[in-house]
Design a protein. Structure first.
Length: 135
């Protein structure tokens, strides 16, 4: 029988140790990348949860629009409101500039999901308005 040279065993063990070290460093790098991806996804989930909290509450949106439309400055604008399953449509065939500015100030300074917005100028002081807000 031939004997196994101890140098061959040592070289094999060193090669095996280097291979394991390389694999461990690759796994550490993959773990770091996975942690970074997780942090990105976690931040995105927080952002989506905040957006859902703002936009997904139908009752809050309806009550806020109703509160805006009950203001004394908008009562003379004759704004009609139609509520469908997924949207609220506000229409006015003739709305004054002051009333329009008041409505825009209230709508655009709040968080509403506006799906469609149409405004047509009738003359210098009036316009027609169609506004669809998602519920």
């Amino acid at each position: 029988m031939k004997q196994v040279d101890p140098l061959h065993i040592a070289a094999l063990l060193i090669t095996f140790a280097l291979f394991l070290g390389y694999n461990v460093s690759l796994k550490k790098q993959q773990l770091q990348e996975a942690k970074q991806e997780y942090k990105k996804l976690e931040m995105m989930a927080i952002d989506l949860a905040a957006l859902k909290k703002i936009y997904a509450n139908k009752n809050k949106t309806q009550s806020a629009i109703n509160r805006i439309l009950r203001q004394p400055s908008l009562k003379t604008a004759s704004i009609t409101k139609k509520i469908t399953k997924n949207a609220m449509v506000l229409q006015s065939k003739k709305i004054g500039v002051v009333q329009l500015n008041s409505l825009f100030g209230k709508l655009f300074n709040s968080s509403y999901n506006i799906k469609q917005f149409t405004i047509k100028r009738i003359d210098d002081d009036t316009a027609s308005l169609t506004l669809e807000i998602a519920l």
